[in-house]
Design a protein around this ligand. Structure first.
Ligand code: ADE
Length: 232
């Protein structure tokens, strides 16, 4: 039987899912509340990790060691780096990478963690396929893209920085946890997928757009995750 870890960085990104689950156990670890139980008939552990890559990595390790999850889903909002992705649209991860890792001085490609032999952490093919099919089913009005998540400990709200992420990494969306969740899942051999709804365009309008659209975007993702868990 599958046991699915669901991580959102902010309360807003997990509160709807938490309100729909039946909780059988709550456990606080690393200052994060892990809610174990069922959602739409599936065994799940839902947790707010907190923002940024360190919080996200710690969260994955607890899910792996204590809850022994079989799958990980990261849900939340992101800035768009692709003109095909408008506010509210959905990005399903093909890969995720760290845009703020730079060991180019030692000959490593930009974004590659030294001595790991991998720069782009691939999401699970089956989870991608199911997420795509689920999107078409429950969010037919939205545009969905399977693409590249680039993550760093940085809110992107400047068009020059945005353009660098596009030029250097061909990123489709930017956020602050996905690559850590992908990295941690890879090390623990847990299949994962990142599902992000677009809250802003990661440029000079981002600070204004973000608070306006984040709730709306997060609701899209929650709807997708609720339907997806039943299929895993
Ligand atoms: N999450 C949502 N929008 C973002 C942005 N523009 N940069 C980083 N993380 C985000």
């Amino acid at each position: 039987m599958s046991k699915i870890g669901i991580i959102g960085a902010m309360e807003l990104e997990v509160e709807t899912l938490k309100s729909k689950m039946q909780v059988t156990r709550k456990l606080v670890k690393a200052n994060m509340e892990f809610n174990e139980g069922t959602l739409n008939g599936a065994e799940v552990v839902i947790v707010r990790s907190g923002i940024g890559k360190v919080n996200a990595a710690l969260c994955v390790q607890v899910l792996a060691d204590i809850f022994e999850v079989t799958h990980i889903i990261n849900t939340g909002v992101a800035g768009s780096l692709n003109s095909k992705l408008d506010i509210g649209d959905i990005l399903i991860s093909k890969i995720a990478l760290h845009h703020d890792m730079d060991a180019t001085n030692f000959g490593y490609p930009l974004g590659e963690v030294p001595q790991m032999g991998i720069k782009e952490f691939p999401a699970d093919e089956k989870m991608i396929e199911l997420a795509e099919a689920t999107c078409a089913e429950v969010l037919p009005e939205l545009h969905t893209l399977v693409g590249r998540v680039v993550s760093g400990d940085q809110f992107i709200a400047d068009k020059d920085v945005k353009n660098k992420l596009i030029t250097n990494f061909s990123g489709d969306c930017c956020e602050m946890e996905g690559a850590s969740i992908a990295h941690g899942s890879y090390l623990n051999k847990i299949p994962f997928v990142i599902l992000r709804a677009i809250s802003d365009k990661a440029d000079d309008s981002a600070q204004m757009d973000y608070p306006t659209f984040e709730r709306h975007a997060a609701e899209h993702c929650a709807k997708l995750v609720e339907a997806l868990v039943a299929k895993l």
